[in-house]
Design a protein around this ligand. Structure first.
Ligand SMILES: Cc1ncc(COP(=O)(O)O)c(C=O)c1O
Length: 396
């Protein structure tokens, strides 16, 4: 029996939403294997592989594959990245601690909300998709700041924020630096020590190309020594996670099937080589950007000298009249068995968000571009899809 909502042409269905992303066949197959107990020696062995794979990706996400830190550890979490974002904050900061949280997109806003519930939050806000003003960051982070929280590449807007610069300011003021690396880790560069990062959060379902449901953080020695569960919820007790991770288990029941699939996804990354994977993501993002520019779709993020475009998700303005109601446009894409995303909240109809995260081939990226072009034409926006494809093909 198959669930009614499962697309029938499974192999032909191409999901270009910015997470969850398509899974490779060996990752999907892994989930069909006979279950073992989460307290069995077999699973402990799998868990060690899981930690090794995470260490490889967290430490070696550099252009030349060299290690960006020689201390700290990867800590898998049995919840999605929001659990990682929240647990990092509540195990490092208490109700009386000042947390500066930067918000220029949906996930920056989430950091503000988490900090607001648990600490003394001092938000730094820009309109979603706009770049941060470095002067106001320098003024806001002071020696009273206990922790700074920031999103590296905000999947809701396609902007890449200035982690290195903000990390320097956080360090100068003796503050912890917690970074949401969700749509970056596994697809782009991430330098832990050089950027002054104490905790970085990754999600299974983004550029790591594993099934959704679990996540991981990497914590440096400084963060590990400072974790304090006094104000952390029972399920987000990071000292408990650290202790059990070292024993190759989780504090509570492990998501055995998801962990196993994640291990295979990490093996796929190792086989490709993280440097090659970063370079492929950058090239694919460049191709998407060039193709959309050729179709006359402006990039949504407003860059300044300190920001850049994400290399894992491309976000462009949708033209009028689609931006009045984008449902026909997304339906036209879906009729071609390809999906992408619109915007969150007030950006719902205004933007197209197209992922190149995970294990996409050149043909799949081109198919995404072709589908966007054809769907625009269906909505009476006449674009030259062949020209856009030519441009993208040359880059790829
Ligand atoms: C940048 C970023 N951070 C955090 C999250 C939250 O992830 P989850 O919903 O899996 O907890 C997402 C999800 O899309 C994201 O894109």
């Amino acid at each position: 029996m198959q669930l009614k909502s499962t697309p029938t042409m499974v192999e032909d269905f191409l999901m270009l939403n910015p997470g969850p992303v398509p899974l490779s066949k060996n990752v999907r197959d892994e989930m069909a294997r006979t279950l073992v107990s989460h307290r069995s020696p077999e699973f402990a062995e799998t868990y060690q592989q899981f930690r090794d794979g995470l260490d490889y990706v967290f430490r070696h996400s550099t252009i030349d594959g060299s290690s960006s830190t020689d201390n700290g550890m990867s800590i898998p979490l049995m919840g999605t990245a929001t659990m990682g974002m929240e647990s990092a904050i509540i195990n490092l900061a208490g109700p009386k601690d000042e947390v500066v949280a930067l918000d220029n997109g949906k996930f920056g806003e989430r950091f503000v909300d988490i900090a607001d519930r648990n600490c003394l939050v001092k938000p730094i806000r820009a309109n979603w998709g706009d770049s941060f003003d470095m002067d106001s960051i320098k003024e806001t982070i002071t020696s009273n700041t206990h922790l700074v929280a920031m999103v590296h590449q905000d999947t809701s807007t396609g902007i890449m924020n200035p982690i290195k610069e903000v990390g320097e300011i956080a360090k100068e003021n003796g503050a912890f630096f917690v970074v949401d690396g969700v749509s970056c880790i596994g697809g782009d560069e991430f330098k832990i020590d050089e950027w002054g990062v104490d905790v970085v959060v990754a999600d299974a379902q983004k550029a790591l190309a594993a099934p959704p449901g679990i996540s991981a953080i990497f914590a440096t020695e400084h963060a590990l020594e400072s974790f304090d569960n006094t104000h952390a919820g029972y399920y987000q007790d990071l000292p408990a996670y650290v202790k059990t991770t070292k024993q190759n288990k989780t504090p509570f029941t492990s998501a055995v099937t998801l962990v196993r699939a994640f291990v295979v996804a990490l093996e796929n990354i190792k086989e490709e080589g993280i440097q090659n994977r970063i370079s492929r993501h950058r090239t694919q993002a460049l191709a998407n950007r060039a193709a959309f520019a050729d179709m006359g779709l402006p990039m949504f993020p407003n860059l300044n000298d300190h920001s850049d475009y994400s290399n894992t998700v491309t976000v462009v303005d949708l033209p009028t009249p689609i931006s009045d109601n984008s449902s026909d446009f997304f339906k036209a894409m879906k009729q071609r068995n390809v999906t992408a995303s619109g915007g969150h909240a007030h950006l719902k109809n205004l933007i197209l968000r197209m992922s190149n995260m995970g294990d996409l081939s050149t043909a799949q990226v081109l198919r995404g571009i072709q589908t966007v072009g054809e769907a625009l034409c269906d909505c009476e926006i006449n674009v030259d899809t062949d020209s856009a494809l030519d441009i993208a093909e040359k880059i790829l």
